[in-house]
Structure formats: structure tokens, C-alpha cells
Design a protein around this ligand. Structure first.
Ligand code: PRP
Ligand code: MG
Length: 170
């Protein structure tokens, strides 16, 4: 499957100089969406995974169907002020902008093995923060899976030695 054919690139969004990778044109096609989730599943299925965690919002689009396909639970990582229970939080920088991510304190038990899923690895700031949150709860990050990796931003270098799988690289 040529997934790039289904990803729409929009220049100068959300600001000049950013070439936005729009995955809605991929997920709009049920066959391609299912193939992408299945291919990510194949890549990670040898790992022992208790939970999949994904950052709001686009991480839900990849992480939730992947969790259902793998038969494990899904943990939403959310922007601040959204989760109703007790949370831990951490600040992070984006390719464009700054924000805070939070996780429910009881979402992960110490020692649980967690795979992170998101649509896109850019600078790595979102996932570095997600790792920080999971580790604050005593979870063990066993890998990270992405639909897209922007190799030229070298987000990998922020993620230590965790196992990274990306379906498509730019
Ligand atoms: C985008 C994308 C990744 C992140 C990648 O999310 O969905 O989560 O940026 O960038 P990074 O590797 O430089 O951190 P964004 O925060 O724009 O929000 P959204 O998922 O809610 O659309
Ligand atoms: Mg995101």
C-alpha cells in the first residue's frame, strides 16, 4: 500500500513554512485506514503490551483502533483541563507552540508495559512528554508507533533508546 498517496500535504498550515501532513484523507478511506492500522499491528505484535497510550487528539485516531485490534486497553493522554480525575502533568514544546499534557494517575499501574501511538513524530516533544507521564506512574514504555515520521526533524533523538516504528517517513 502506498500510504503517501493518501496523505494530503497542505503548505503553510497552521503557519507559513509548515507543510502540514493531513491524515484525514487517509482515514477517510476505510480500506486504507484499516490497512494502516493492521500494518502497525503486525510491526508491534511480537511485543508484550498491556496498554496503548495516545496523546490527544490525533493520537486517538491511531491509538484507539490499534488497542482494539491488539485486544488491550487504551489510555488517553490529554491536554490540561480535560481529564476529570486526579492527574499528573508535564509541559512540552511543539513543532509550533507550547502546551501541557496530562494523564489520570490511576490509568497505568507500576510495571505495566505501555506502547505509545500517535499519528506523527515531528520534533519528538509530544512523545518525550508522554514517556515522562507514563514513567511518572511507574509504567514501562516498550515502544512507540506512528503513521508518519518527519525524519528531517530527528524526533527520535529525544526518545532515548525506545523501539520506534513509523509506517511512512518524510
Ligand atoms: C501534532 C501531532 C503529534 C505532534 C507531533 O499534534 O498529532 O501529536 O504534533 O509533534 P512533535 O513531535 O513536534 O511533538 P498537535 O499537538 O498539533 O495536536 P493534535 O494532535 O491535537 O492535532
Ligand atoms: Mg497530536
Amino acid at each position: 500500500m502506498n500510504y503517501k498517496e493518501h496523505i494530503r500535504v497542505i503548505p503553510d498550515f497552521p503557519q507559513p513554512g509548515i507543510r502540514f501532513k493531513d491524515i484525514t484523507t487517509l482515514t477517510n478511506n476505510g480500506v486504507v485506514y484499516a490497512a494502516a492500522i493492521n500494518e502497525i499491528k503486525q510491526a508491534i505484535q511480537d511485543k508484550q503490551i498491556d496498554l496503548i497510550a495516545g496523546p490527544e487528539a490525533r493520537g486517538f485516531i491511531i491509538g484507539a483502533p490499534l488497542a482494539v485490534a491488539m485486544g488491550v486497553g487504551f489510555v488517553p493522554i490529554r491536554k490540561s483541563g480535560k481529564l476529570p480525575g486526579e492527574v499528573v502533568e508535564a509541559s512540552y514544546d511543539l513543532e509550533y507552540g507550547k502546551d501541557k499534557l496530562t494523564i489520570h494517575k490511576d490509568a497505568i499501574k507500576p510495571g505495566q508495559k505501555v506502547l505509545i501511538a500517535d499519528d506523527l513524530l515531528a520534533t519528538g516533544g509530544t512523545i518525550a512528554t508522554t514517556i515522562n507521564l507514563i514513567e511518572q506512574l511507574g509504567g514501562e514504555v516498550v515502544g512507540a508507533a506512528f503513521l508518519i515520521e518527519l525524519g528531517y526533524l530527528d524526533g527520535r533523538s529525544k526518545l532515548g533508546d525506545i523501539d520506534i516504528f513509523s509506517l511512512v517517513t518524510y
